[in-house]
Design a binder for this molecule. Structure first.
Ligand code: G16
Length: 545
């Protein structure tokens, strides 16, 4: 193995977003050394890497294998002692997080653009996770970016490509490269958290049934092994189970629009008890009952309220956390349980310190993410197994569980409207204008609401005291409602403007209303305040969730 030091020049656009560096695949394909520069920037910021372990894998999308070969060669040239690589180049994001923790790795690189489509015209991404298994916090991502702007060379081993498909160990000039089964360690962890015996009984007896849509993304092999293998769900319970480079031409985003096949099944005559889907890299989840959709915010609240039903959480929750735009449904559960509820900026990286310090057990986001202290990422299949455990232990339908929950706690009606791929300047101008309006809002009356407070959300991490500002415009209203505006940090084209609207309804006779109708006044208010339609020339949002 010969190590070469090759010259390179910085690319100006290597600033990581909400979750790593996400770009059009073409950016990686057409700019020689684009990947190499960013990987070397990461490695340059890790001073103690010599002899350490690095976990490597991705969601299997187009360019995954090729990029992995490059990263393997660069990791060897940069002195790592052990590389753990998922077979076939596959590792779901939560499984990678678990491996980093279990094998005391220095960190891991995960190749994914999450729920964004793949292929040469789709998206590609790279993210680094630190030794706690979680996404690199901002002090790291900022350092990676700074380094990428001054980079002049990268190190790479000159060697043949590694066979990624055969399990086993390679000794390479003092370093060890292991191709590992991507599923087994993760499956073992799930069996410790949930009541697999009872779940198996319910699934094999036919009392409970499940349909899991892997969307031709990374969770296929995980769901096959766990749901159909270990838990005995009938063959075919996992659909779209084979990971494909282009996700079968689909959009691996588990929502009501893109998980079409699953949604049709769940709203059809032979719907199984539980329907679920996960995204490209396996960290997001969508939960459905028979003819019933559970919003991610409600899902988090329900998991918190029912956690005692799963063995891994029977001892109780230390606390919970949600991102700022996530609905406040979980806050009410935390109140009832007498535990703290933290409000963080959008981005899983902000939960890491709270989890490490033992301040929280569960956390989640409106963007179809839920997780716990078992790893340091959101975890799609974990959430599905948690729901399955709750359904089995309670003997109730998903819809009944949610409606009972609303009767007990009241309902937080919630919706998010996205204006995707608008010009960046327009997106920033809308946000700037909203920011300017903030001081005059408190006390103003808007129809049946009065603004109680308004700010640009800033977060002081209770563990390390770090401060993160400019995390979204927040308008708090009376009677209890919120309007939130922010720009997405994960888009790869122009800007995506997100509006989040929420209203609390305690009246038990008004819990079954249509969400968009119930929130109509708030939707109009949000459009008036931001003038988003006039300024973008759009008739309405691109996506409503
Ligand atoms: C990432 C982050 C999440 C965040 C989501 C949406 O998820 O890990 O914490 O909620 O993006 O972010 P934004 O609103 O900035 O687009 P994923 O699943 O895309 O990696």
């Amino acid at each position: 193995m010969r190590i070469e030091v090759r010259q390179t020049r910085p690319y100006p656009d290597q600033k990581p977003g909400t979750s790593g560096l996400r770009k059009k695949t073409r950016v990686f394909l057409e700019n020689p050394t684009y990947l190499e520069n960013f990987v070397q920037a990461i490695f340059d910021c890790l001073p103690d890497k010599a002899g350490k372990t690095l976990v490597l894998g991705g969601d299997g999308r187009y360019h995954n294998r090729k990029a992995l070969q490059t990263i393997i060669k660069m990791a060897l040239a940069n002195g790592f002692g052990t590389l753990l690589v998922g077979q076939g180049g596959l590792l779901s994001t939560p499984a990678a997080s678990h491996l980093i923790r279990k094998y005391h790795a220095l960190g891991g690189i995960i190749l994914s653009a999450s729920h964004n489509p793949g292929g040469p015209d789709g998206d590609f991404g790279i993210k680094y996770n630190i030794d706690n298994g979680g996404p690199a916090p901002e002090k790291y991502t900022e350092a990676f970016y700074r380094r990428s702007q001054e980079i002049s060379e990268y190190r790479i081993a000159v060697m043949d490509d590694i066979d990624l498909d055969t399990l086993g160990e390679h000794q390479l000039d003092g370093a060890t490269l292991r191709i590992i089964d991507p599923v087994s360690d993760y499956a073992e962890l799930m069996a410790q958290l949930f009541d697999f015996d009872r779940m198996r009984q319910a699934l094999t007896s036919g009392k409970v049934s499940i349909c899991f849509d892997a969307m031709h993304a990374v969770t296929g092999p995980y769901a096959k092994r766990i749901l159909e293998g270990q838990l005995g769900a009938p063959q075919g319970s996992v659909i779209n189970a084979v990971p494909l480079e282009d996700f079968g031409g689909g959009h691996p985003d588990p929502n009501l629009t893109y998980a079409r096949e699953l949604v049709e099944k769940m709203y059809g005559p032979d719907a199984p008890t539980l329907g679920a889907a996960s995204d490209g890299d396996g960290d997001r989840n969508m939960i459905l009952g028979r003819g019933f959709f559970v919003t991610p915010s409600d899902s988090l609240a329900l998991l918190a309220a029912n956690a005692h039903r799963a063995p891994g959480y029977r001892a109780g929750l230390r606390g919970v956390a949600r991102s700022m735009p996530t609905s406040r449904a979980v806050d009410r559960v935390a109140d009832a349980l007498g535990i703290p509820c933290y409000e963080t900026p959008t981005g899983w990286k902000f939960f890491g310190n709270l989890l490490d310090a033992g301040k929280i057990t569960l956390c989640g986001e409106e963007s179809f993410g839920t997780g716990s202290d078992h790893v340091r990422e959101k975890d799609g299949l974990w959430a599905v197994l948690f729901w399955l455990n709750i359904v089995v232990a309670s003997g109730q339908e998903v819809a009944t569980l949610v409606k009972d929950h609303w009767r007990r706690f009241g309902r937080n009606y919630y919706t998010r409207h996205d204006y995707e791929a608008i010009p960046s300047d327009t997106g920033h101008a809308i946000m700037d204008d909203l920011r300017r309006k903030l001081p005059e809002l408190p006390g103003q009356r808007f129809g049946s609401f009065t603004a109680r407070a308004a700010d640009d959300f800033s977060y002081t991490d209770p563990v390390d005291g770090s401060v993160t500002t400019g995390q979204g415009i927040r308008i708090l209203l009376e009677p209890e409602a919120r309007l939130i505006f922010r720009l997405s940090g994960t888009g790869t084209e122009g800007a995506t403007f997100r509006i989040y609207m929420e209203r609390y309804e305690p009246d038990p006779t008004r819990l079954d209303l249509d969400t968009q109708e119930t929130l109509a006044e708030l939707i109009e208010l949000a459009e008036t305040l931001s003038q988003v339609k006039q300024r973008t020339g759009r008739d309405g949002p691109t996506v409503i969730t």
